[in-house]
Write a protein that binds this ligand. Structure first.
Ligand SMILES: [Fe+2]
Length: 326
C-alpha cells in the first residue's frame, strides 16, 4: 500500500539555496529583542505535553505573521524581493501570497527534531478547524490535492552554532536525505516543505545533554549589560548564553498561484467536512476497507488513527530518532 501511495504522490523539486540573504542583521536582532520573551514549542507532535513538568527541550517559537498577528518589522522577511522571486521561480508561478512567518530559537538539544512535512492545509480545511492527524491522513491519501494550494517555504538561519543542520529529502522518502550544515549563517533554502520531508539535526552545545524546561519557561535578553540571553523558568534562571550560541531560524510561508486568474478561480472552491466524508468513503469502499469516515467522530482519536492506517505516512530512509520520541 505504501509503494502505491509513494508512486502517486508527486514530490517537489529540490529546494534552492540562497546566500547573504539579509543585508541588515542588526534589524533582525532588534526584531528578536522587541518580541521577547519566547515560549517553548507546543504543537501536534507534543500530545504528552501538559502542566508544569520540566520535560520540554529548549525549542522556543513565536509567530511574527499569521491569521491575527503581524509584528512590526516582519516585512524584512515577508517583502524580501529575492526570496519571493525564488518562490515564483520554484513553482514557475506569478502570484505569491505571504501568510506565515515564525521564528525558532533552539539550544542544547543533542537529538534531532521530528522528521516531518509541514502541517498540511487545504482550502477550507486547516489546523484552525480540522484535527492535525486528519489533515495528515488527507494529505497522504492523495485524494484532496485539488484543494491543496501550493505552499512555498523559506527557512533562513541567522547564525552558525554547534550542530544545528537540517536534513531534507529532495528525492522523496525512499532516497537518502541531503544536508545543509555548517556555514548556514544568513543562508536560506526555498522550496516546498509541505511536500518534502525534513528534520532538524542536533543543536549544541552538546556538553551537558538535553537541557529541559517547563512549558512556562521564557527566553529573553538579559538586562544586565552582558548581552546574554537567558531562560527564566518559573522565576529561576535556568540557562544563559550569548545570542550567537542560540540557533535562530525564521520560517516564511506563502500561498502560490500560477496566475491571479487562477487564484480567483479557486478562491471559493473549498472543502467541507461533507466533501471530506464523501471522498474518503468512496475511496474506502473501493479499497474494500471496513473503516468509514464519520464526521461525528472527529475528536475520537481511535477513529482518526484507524483511517491513518489505511493511508500511512511514509517514514523516510535515514530518519533519525527525535527528541520527542518516547
Ligand atoms: Fe518543518
Amino acid at each position: 500500500m505504501n509503494s502505491t501511495l509513494n508512486s502517486t504522490f508527486r514530490y517537489p523539486d529540490p529546494p534552492t539555496r540562497l546566500e547573504n540573504v539579509i543585508d541588515d542583521l542588526g534589524a533582525v536582532v532588534g526584531l528578536l529583542e522587541r518580541n521577547a520573551p519566547y515560549n517553548p514549542l507546543g504543537g501536534w507532535f507534543r500530545p504528552d505535553q501538559d502542566g508544569a513538568d520540566t520535560t520540554t527541550p529548549m525549542w522556543f517559537q513565536q509567530t511574527w505573521l499569521g491569521a491575527d498577528v503581524a509584528v512590526e518589522g516582519s516585512d524584512l522577511f515577508v517583502d524580501h524581493e529575492r526570496v519571493v522571486e525564488t518562490m515564483r521561480q520554484f513553482y514557475d508561478a506569478e502570484v505569491v501570497v505571504p501568510h506565515t512567518l515564525f521564528v525558532n530559537l533552539m539550544a542544547a538539544i543533542p537529538e534531532c527534531g521530528p522528521v516531518h512535512t509541514d502541517n498540511p492545509l487545504f482550502r477550507g480545511r486547516d489546523r484552525s478547524n480540522t484535527p492535525m492527524l486528519l489533515l495528515r491522513t488527507m494529505l497522504w491519501s492523495g485524494l484532496f490535492q485539488r484543494w491543496a494550494t501550493a505552499q512555498a517555504t523559506s527557512i533562513w538561519w541567522m547564525n552558525d552554532v554547534e550542530g544545528g543542520g537540517i536534513a531534507y529529502w529532495p528525492e522523496g522518502s525512499d532516497k537518502p536525505p541531503e544536508r545543509h550544515v555548517g556555514a548556514m549563517a544568513n543562508t536560506s533554502i526555498v522550496g516546498d516543505n509541505h511536500g518534502m520531508f525534513h528534520q532538524v539535526e542536533p543543536v549544541g552545545p552538546f556538553d551537558k545533554g538535553t537541557h529541559l524546561v517547563s512549558p512556562a519557561a521564557e527566553l529573553a535578553p538579559t538586562d544586565d549589560g552582558s548581552g546574554d540571553w537567558a531562560v527564566t523558568d518559573r522565576g529561576v534562571e535556568s540557562y544563559r548564553a550569548p545570542l550567537d550560541q542560540i540557533r535562530v531560524s525564521v520560517l516564511f510561508k506563502a500561498h502560490v498561484f500560477p496566475t491571479e486568474d487562477e487564484r480567483r478561480r479557486v478562491e471559493h472552491d473549498t472543502l467541507s467536512f461533507a466533501d471530506v466524508a464523501r471522498i474518503f468513503n468512496e475511496d474506502l469502499a473501493e479499497r474494500g476497507a471496513d473503516v468509514r469516515f464519520d464526521v461525528d467522530r472527529l475528536e475520537d482519536l481511535s477513529h482518526t488513527a484507524a483511517l491513518a492506517t489505511i493511508y500511512p505516512e511514509p517514514v523516510p530512509v535515514g530518519t533519525r530518532k527525535s527528541v520527542f520520541d518516547t
